[in-house]
Write a protein that binds this ligand. Sequence first.
Ligand code: NAD
Length: 252
Amino acid sequence: MGRVEGKVALITGVASGIGKATALLFAREGARVVGADRNAVGGTVTIEEIRSAGGTATFVQSDISREADCENMVRVAVQTYGRLDILHNHAGILHPKDGPITELTAEAIDETFAINCKGMLFTVKYAARQMIAQGGGAIVNTGSDLAYIGLQNLTAYTASKSAVVGVTRTLAVELAPHKIRVNAVCPGFTFSGMNVALQNDRAFMDQMRLDYLIPELGQPNDVAYAVLYLASDEAHFTTGTALVVDGGHTIK
Ligand SMILES: NC(=O)c1ccc[n+]([C@@H]2O[C@H](COP(=O)([O-])OP(=O)(O)OC[C@H]3O[C@@H](n4cnc5c(N)ncnc54)[C@H](O)[C@@H]3O)[C@@H](O)[C@H]2O)c1
């Protein structure tokens, strides 16, 4: 019996990195996975990997900065599997023009917030409607350890992820009467497609390793297991919280 056996889970950002690891893990743990991403090639590969391992999954191409796509992802989940039990709001970006506050552009702020905040909220909007109609559910939003500590030159990103953590509490209060739990997972540096440029910055990586209690830094599965816990019934008494998975970065 898997830890999310029989549940229908919508996961955004499944084409690579943490979202992909989470989709594969949820499927291994018995969930029927609806994977969404704007990258159709990568997303389809993830879904095929699940299916060839004997799991159940469907891909829906979506750009979460568009409200219609957020609504459609939920529609596909319900049309395909009849319900929606879990939403993992994971897709997000680190804008290439994010940077020092003295150079920050409206474009970097707007594009960051359109995906990291607006997309998250619109996905919850439609998922919550479905979960309310069903009588419950679990939502896990991806924040960041940068909601808790300062790191220079990531201003738009940090603003957006602080918003995710803050609004997770609001949503937990608002949706509790409907038996919907809402939590956040806050990864520290995790090797993924999002930070390839940083991975190639030797000075940055050396400093990261000094700043972390666990200098190996994170792998996608480290975060996926935290998401699995928060989304599963094992966490039935946990809502409105943020689980920091950061190798001790924030407490050091
Ligand atoms: N990797 C880290 O160190 C780290 C740390 C903290 C938080 N996060 C969070 O993790 C998420 C990124 O995941 P990752 O690190 O595996 O990176 P990643 O780049 O490997 O994966 C992100 C996925 O999101 C998809 N995506 C981006 N914009 C989208 C959109 N508008 N609509 C649909 N899909 C979209 C991408 O195509 C990609 O498949 C973000 O929310 C980020 O804030 C990552």
